[in-house]
Design a binder for this molecule. Structure first.
Ligand SMILES: [Zn+2]
Length: 176
């Protein structure tokens, strides 16, 4: 995220969007948002001087439908917090079909997990029970889907002051 990016929250603190500083200031001047965090930089206009916002919250609620989360490699890794669901490693991640596809395992949220190459090799074409491997948790479709796009969401998580406003995919935060 660039220094000038601003996290826009719905009135219920749900992350809605990552917008530019210009847009954020526009909303501020119209009185549509409340500033929750500033980024420490000072903006000088011909009229005044004020601190640049980093997180802003709408004063009114925007209704939005739950976005569809496409089952992609990226989405599966994000759901699993970028750690192997068998050993907890964050290295060399790939996707594992818990019930192998050739045994009829499907490519669905409840049958795919993030898995490191080492565990993937060890597991091979077996089920976890056959390979004597234990999943950190049962995979499932995330019930919380970030409204901001997934790449934005993942990058936004790197910003320290934004973290508290970016919920984990549900059921993912408590990893064993
Ligand atoms: Zn592993």
């Amino acid at each position: 995220m660039a220094q000038t990016d601003v996290l826009l929250l719905n009135s219920n603190y749900e992350p809605l969007h990552v917008c530019s500083l210009v847009r954020a200031v526009g909303l501020m001047l119209k009185g549509k948002v409340e500033v929750l965090h500033q980024n420490g930089h000072v903006i000088t206009t011909s009229m005044s001087e004020f601190r640049a916002p980093s997180v802003i919250r709408l004063r009114y609620h925007i209704k939005r439908p739950m976005p569809e989360l496409r089952l992609s490699r990226h989405a599966i890794l994000a759901r699993d917090n970028y750690v192997c669901q068998y050993c907890g490693s964050g290295k060399d991640l790939t996707i594992d079909h818990v019930i192998p596809r050739w045994r009829g395992g499907r490519h669905t949220w409840d049958n795919v997990v993030a898995c490191c190459r080492k565990c993937n090799l060890k597991k091979g074409e077996k089920t976890p029970a056959q390979a004597r491997m234990v999943l950190a948790r049962q995979p499932k479709r995330p019930s919380y889907v970030p409204f901001i796009s997934l790449p934005h969401y993942v990058k936004a998580k790197e910003k320290h002051e934004w973290l508290q406003y970016l919920p984990n995919f549900e059921g993912v935060s408590s990893r064993a």
